[in-house]
Ligand binder design. Structure first.
Ligand SMILES: *Cc1c(COP(=O)(O)O)cnc(C)c1O
Length: 398
């Protein structure tokens, strides 16, 4: 299959005059989402009321949608389930993994990990009575710190700030050789490039859907458990919908079969409807083509920015193998520069202390968009128009 990116672009609604380089943070809306959500509200909730759980398939939706996500991350059917937010799913995966490696006490992560993942690990360590330790090292040093004290590695494959990509196959192999389990956070991987969970033998993986998978703000997360762990992994958040028989209303918890035991409570049916609409586009996409096109767009952007501006320092590795689907530049006044860009219709985002972040999402961004973004950034840098009080006032979300 050769992917027609001009065709995928027509699937998305993008406001007039905007170059949206922030699909890595919040994916845009697919044009079919409003009708799909309206159907779930009016025809399902409105007309079916409580019978929607059976008649509209709401109860099976987390597994059904999970199977569609599985195809995008190299996972077999029946190994991925939807629900909750990513932070919750990090907890669920990490707690299970720790319990499966009871002689070890170290959770290994890196300083490039997203803070919420680290906060969740800290909280879990505290709950477990402090006998565990969260150890964070520089991203480049992860491999050399995987030793026989490590119970679990908790690593986000792509660094949310720099866009640096870990080698999932290498790290997983090393972790297994040393007797550690792996929890991979695919927040910036799923829908961004091919992922091979089965091939790399990853143990657990989690990710969100509102970034590259375009489910909309508040869209649910997913969790993957390798089939070999299905009957061993015990959920710490043992909610009724992960129970073997939720409607038996037993007083004791018995984990359900397979990955569905990782479910917690009632699924977000309306949000899953938006996600289902957003997932349709992947039927016409080859992930290999997506990766190639993403790297082309990134290279075009890096080359344009480096040849036409001064003062911006590339924070993303130059090596294709070490990149995700975003490009970041550093500048001490990065916040103001980004606000100026946004005012000019080029939307990226800012991550403290000095990172300007640009996501490249070929499903709706093309070479003309990149050229326009480079032109506008070059103009802003040349004339220093960012140096105004209006661009320096910090909003709640950056
Ligand atoms: C976006 C992101 C999150 C956000 O978690 P939520 O619970 O969905 O708010 C967590 N971890 C990583 C690595 C992320 O990139």
């Amino acid at each position: 299959m050769t992917t027609d990116f001009a065709a995928t672009k027509t699937v998305f609604h993008l406001p007039e005059g905007v170059v949206y380089l922030d699909g890595n943070s919040l994916g845009p809306m697919v044009k079919t989402a409003p009708a799909r959500v309206a159907r779930a509200v009016e025809a399902e909730w409105g007309e079916l009321l409580i019978t929607g759980w059976n008649k509209a398939g709401w109860m099976d939706q987390p597994a059904r949608v999970g199977d569609r996500i599985a195809k995008l991350i190299g996972a077999a059917p029946g190994t991925v389930v939807m629900g909750d937010t990513l932070s919750i799913k990090v907890y669920q995966a990490l707690a299970s993994a720790l319990e499966m490696n009871p002689k070890r006490r170290v959770i290994l992560s890196d300083t490039g990990n997203f803070p919420s993942d680290l906060y969740i690990a800290e909280g879990l360590v505290r709950t477990l009575g402090g006998q565990y330790r969260l150890k964070t090292v520089a991203p480049e040093e992860i491999m050399s710190h995987i030793d026989d004290t490590v119970a679990v590695t908790l690593i986000t494959e792509v660094d949310y700030r720099t866009g640096r990509k870990h080698d999932m196959a290498d790290i997983t192999k090393r972790a297994h050789e040393m007797g550690a389990l792996t929890v991979w956070d695919l927040a910036h991987s799923a829908g961004a490039f091919p992922v091979d969970l089965a091939g790399t033998k990853a143990d657990f993986a989690v990710g969100c859907t509102y970034k590259y998978l375009n489910s909309g703000p508040g869209g649910p997360a997913f969790i993957y458990v390798a089939p070999r762990h299905h009957e061993v992994a015990r959920p710490a958040l043992s909610g009724w919908l992960g129970h073997e028989a939720p409607f038996a209303f037993d007083l004791d918890y018995r984990p359900g079969s397979g990955v569905e035991r990782m479910r917690v409570g009632t699924p977000p049916v309306l949000q899953l409807a938006a996600l289902e609409a957003a997932l349709d586009v992947w039927d016409q996409v080859s992930l290999t083509d997506l990766r190639a096109q993403s790297l082309r767009l990134q290279d075009q952007f890096i080359k344009g920015v480096e040849s036409r501006t001064t003062g911006l320092t590339l924070a993303t590795p130059r090596s294709h193998m070490m990149r995700g689907s975003q490009v970041s530049f550093r500048h001490p006044e990065g916040y103001a520069i980004m606000q100026n860009l946004i005012a000019e219709g080029v939307i990226g985002d800012f991550r403290a202390p000095d990172i300007l972040r640009f996501g490249f999402t070929p499903l709706f961004i093309d070479e003309d968009d990149v050229a326009r973004a480079v032109n506008i950034l070059a103009k802003i840098m040349e004339y220093g128009t960012w140096d105004k009080p209006q661009f320096k006032k910090r909003a709640k979300v950056t």
